[in-house]
Design a protein around this ligand. Structure first.
Ligand code: NAP
Length: 485
């Protein structure tokens, strides 16, 4: 037993999870920390993504911090810009801004002599006791390998790097991809462009959802009585719990109900039988991340919209040529082709005990005990790390639960119980074995291509009901950790 210690922290990333960490540290009386953010603004994914139609398909009152409820949300599903503003307001209100160092990326993080040595791209050096990696999941754009892409004569960009200098009004716009991002863009811009061409490699199941605005009266009531917001959060949370129980049990009756809703949406809302067949997936709903949209089917049936299901052969200066020989002439090409999902804290170079690197330890694939801690990397904790609950959930809720857990680990360091804490190897191995077995029973394993699947085709996600995650996050099992010093 040693004396209580004052700890210095580095938080990597000033997105939703980084801001959460900063507020939580301050509230716990720990002011000695810096938040490193490589971008010139906060908000993470909400800073990077600015595409037309950007919305969060998780209800607004659930997609916010429990300690900063927001009576002012304009809609049931919040627009991206509003979410970005919300995080900026919280950072301001909770005194986080002075702690953030913008425009400097942490490129190296090395454990030595009991502390983490950080180096940034700008050459800044820091030495801390604890690193909280809040680097996000869907961050590094996945560019498609399409022959001739660079030869395109118009503007081409990834959805997460929308070029607002490019006019789309009255122009011919092509979109590659049919994920959540593409569905939002198509819904938002079809009425604005001269022609919209959607290049679909795989059709998607779509859960219908309207997005009503909150009235002035509703917002006033929320302002007066936060219990009303809490009630919405509780109800939404229960819906997600039910949903999580369904997707992790592919044979469950609830999964059937979800499938029926998606099927009815397709049957009832796509008029042309030929188009309907081209939009009909041949895999189970929920296998890919479920798309939630009230606008996609309407937009794709517009007179100026075209769904192209012939595979792309190549891109040429005038547009996209599909394998049937058709040239689809375009002015703008948007690559809504998703993200590289197994980078996590990388490309930051992380060097743990005995000179081992995360690149070595994750050479096969990223693993972390409960998605938070890696054996041999003491006092290095991840938020929304590998194999955690991603999907149709509120990642804010997930990060809050994880951070509550991490703070319990931190408290052992603060109390002087030990100097170094990281997951024990047997605990991670056991966790991974159980996780992989459970993952095989989920609907994500039911036969489709998706970003959830790892190199073995195993879903790289939390494969149990959400309540189990809550239970795990309530208190660490100390025998799963190695405490040293
Ligand atoms: P995504 O779900 O990974 O979808 C990528 C799309 O691009 C797929 O349709 C894929 O086709 C297609 N594609 C990739 N490479 C291609 C190629 N070479 N040729 C033709 N098509 C190609 O990406 P995303 O839509 O950006 O969404 C990623 C994740 O971000 C979502 O699953 C979700 O978790 C999150 N997100 C959330 C929200 C929200 O509202 N909460 C909104 C947007 C995004 P295949 O299906 O055939 O692979």
């Amino acid at each position: 037993m040693t004396a209580r210690r004052d700890l210095r922290f580095a938080v990597v990333g000033a997105g939703m999870a980084g801001i959460l960490s900063a507020v939580t540290l301050r509230q716990a009386g720990m002011e000695d920390f810096t938040v490193y953010e490589k971008a010139d603004g906060l908000g993470g994914t909400w800073h990077a993504n600015t595409y037309p139609g950007l919305t969060c398909d998780v209800p607004s009152h659930l997609y916010c911090y429990s300690f900063a409820l927001n009576p002012e949300w304009s809609h049931m599903y919040p627009p991206g810009e509003e979410i970005q503003q919300y995080f900026a307001d919280v950072a301001e209100r909770f005194g986080v801004m002075p702690h953030i160092r913008f425009g400097d990326e942490v490129v190296r993080c090395e454990f030595g002599s009991g502390r983490w040595q950080l180096t940034t791209a700008g050459g800044h050096h820091d030495e801390v006791d604890v690193v909280i990696a809040a680097t996000g999941v869907l961050h590094h754009p996945q560019y498609p390998e399409i022959e001739g892409l660079e030869s395109f004569g118009g503007a081409v960009f990834h959805s997460s790097q929308w070029d607002h200098g490019v006019e789309i009004e009255g122009r011919r716009v092509g979109i590659v991809g049919t994920g959540s991002t593409a569905s939002q863009i198509v819904s938002a811009i079809t009425a604005r462009v001269e022609r919209l061409v959607l290049f679909q490699r795989t059709p998607q199941w779509i859960m219908p959802a309207a997005n009503p605005a909150f009235s002035a009266e509703q917002k006033a009531a929320f302002r007066d009585d936060h219990a009303l917001i809490e009630e919405i959060r509780t109800n939404a949370s229960q819906v997600y719990d039910t949903f999580s129980g369904a997707i992790v049990d592919a044979a469950s009756p609830m999964m059937g109900i979800i499938e029926d809703a998606c099927l009815a949406n397709l049957e009832d809302n796509v008029e042309d039988p030929a188009l309907r067949e081209r939009l009909r997936p041949d895999y189970r709903a929920g296998c890919k991340r479920l798309i939630v949209s009230g606008g996609f089917y309407g937009a794709i049936q517009s007179r100026n919209a075209q769904l192209v299901t012939d595979a792309i052969d190549h891109v040429e200066p005038a547009g996209v040529r599909t394998v049937d020989g058709t040239l689809h002439e375009l002015d703008v090409l948007v690559l809504a082709t998703g993200f590289k999902v197994n980078a996590f804290v990388r490309p930051m170079s992380v060097i743990g005990r005995d000179g081992r690197t995360l690149d070595q330890d994750w050479a096969q694939r990223p693993e972390a005990y409960l998605s938070i801690s890696v054996p041999g990397y003491p006092n290095f904790f991840m938020l929304n790390g590998p194999n955690g609950p991603v999907g149709n959930f509120s990642l804010v809720q997930v990060a809050e639960l994880q951070l509550g857990y991490i703070m319990q680990l931190v408290e052992r360091l603060r109390a002087g119980d030990c100097k170094e804490i990281s997951a024990a190897r047997p605990a991670l191995d056991e966790f991974e074995l159980a996780r992989v077995e459970a993952a095989k029973k989920t609907v994500w394993s039911s036969g489709c291509r998706s970003w959830y699947l790892d190199d073995r085709g195993i879903p790289a996600v939390w494969p149990w009901p959400f309540q189990r995650f809550r239970d795990e996050m309530a208190t660490p099992r100390w025998d799963a950790y190695e405490l040293r010093g």
